[in-house]
Design a protein around this ligand. Structure first.
Ligand SMILES: Nc1ncnc2c1ncn2[C@@H]1O[C@H](COP(=O)(O)OP(=O)(O)OP(=O)(O)O)[C@@H](O)[C@H]1O
Ligand SMILES: [Mg+2]
Length: 333
């Protein structure tokens, strides 16, 4: 039986909550949302005492003032949450993400969400076995990584983008020097030649160190490959520059609802850097730099690779990308 203990204003034993992927605790702990791979259920439980939902999770809670609890969590993480700064976005020592919003911005009281760091290491064989990916697609991807193609993985929240990036990174030959740049260290690769950079938000009077800063710095460290955890904003421009200047074998992820939408998202991220390049020139650059687009989805609780496209080019006259579909979930080509 796994448990989450919420006592005296702090969360204990969160490390034991192996079944808990994500939990959101709202005012008076009236509900806890769990997402356990396939399910996204709202499970009511008693505010004092023990509740035993249908699955193997047990929640034990008492009633400290939620604000105190969240403040204590923030303080322990070297962060701060208060009326002046009512949003917390931090990380527990094991990598789990903690997000909280308190009054006045959270109208119904404290909203706390913990995204449990998942220690499970998926391998490509696991993805094939559970039907996320076919053997043929796995072979194509392996060859693409070894052949230093530039790969962008897109998908919605929690669809398995980072997991797939991790798995693909394992195909990189051992002698290559891999440089991983992330907002939050999530990528887990074991290779002798690994360099890891992590961005820092402005904190405790220390200035922020952005993904852009780290991407620029990365070039001075002779990486054979750069893995960028996620493209979220202006760093897309620096990544594009890097790819344009001959860096290959890069893998990254982006939030998008389809493989094609991933390119629009990439383009808008490039525009956030205030670069003075026409829209179509950016798109053309993207088409020249990226080789493969992978889209992953989560439907009915199952995750699967739904599209694999090779980018063949971009025609600025009719504003269209040319793709070679290598795999489409509905129809296998
Ligand atoms: N193919 C899969 N089958 C089942 N579970 C998976 C699969 N891929 C990933 N997961 C699980 O789904 C959760 C989310 O995975 P992951 O962090 O890779 O998603 P993400 O798309 O990168 O999320 P985010 O949007 O937060 O960046 C993790 O708990 C992971 O173990
Ligand atoms: Mg991710």
């Amino acid at each position: 039986m796994k448990s989450v203990l919420w006592r005296r204003g702090r969360i204990k034993d969160y490390r034991d909550t192996l079944l808990l992927r994500e939990s959101a605790v709202s005012k008076h702990y009236a509900s806890i949302r769990r997402r356990k791979c396939s399910n996204n259920l709202a499970t009511p439980f008693k505010t004092r005492g023990v509740a035993q939902p249908a699955t193997r999770m047990r929640v034990v809670m008492t009633m400290p003032p939620p604000c105190v609890a969240v403040r204590n969590i923030a303080r322990r993480l070297g962060d701060d949450i208060s009326e002046e700064k009512p949003i917390l976005d931090s990380r527990l020592p094991d990598g789990s993400r903690v997000a909280a919003v308190i009054r006045p911005c959270s109208l119904q009281g404290v909203t706390l969400t913990i995204r449990k760091f998942n220690a499970k290491h998926f391998q490509i064989e696991d993805l094939i076995r559970i039907g996320t990916i076919t053997q043929d697609v796995a072979d194509v991807l392996k060859q693409a990584v070894i052949g230093r193609q530039n790969i962008l993985i897109s998908g919605g929240t929690g669809t398995g983008k980072t997991t797939l990036l991790n798995i693909l990174a394992n195909f990189i030959p051992e002698h290559e020097r891999i440089l991983v740049i992330e907002d939050t260290a999530e990528i887990q690769i074991t290779t002798p030649n690994l360099v890891r950079f992590e961005a820092r938000r402005e904190q405790d009077g220390l200035p922020a160190v952005t993904i852009r800063d780290l991407l620029k710095a990365s070039l001075r460290h002779r990486p054979d490959r750069i893995l960028l955890g996620e493209i979220r904003g202006a760093e897309a421009f620096d990544l594009l520059q890097l790819l344009n200047t001959g860096h290959s074998g890069t893998i990254s992820t982006v939030h998008a609802n389809s493989a094609q939408q991933a390119l629009s998202r990439f383009t808008s991220c490039v525009l956030q850097s205030n670069v003075e390049l026409p829209y179509r020139a950016i798109k053309s650059n993207i088409a020249d730099s990226l080789n493969l687009l992978i889209h992953v989805e989560r439907r009915s609780g199952r995750r699967f690779l739904s599209e694999l496209l090779r980018i063949e080019g971009y025609n600025p006259d009719d504003d269209h990308y040319a793709f070679e579909p290598i795999f489409m979930r509905e129809q296998q080509l």
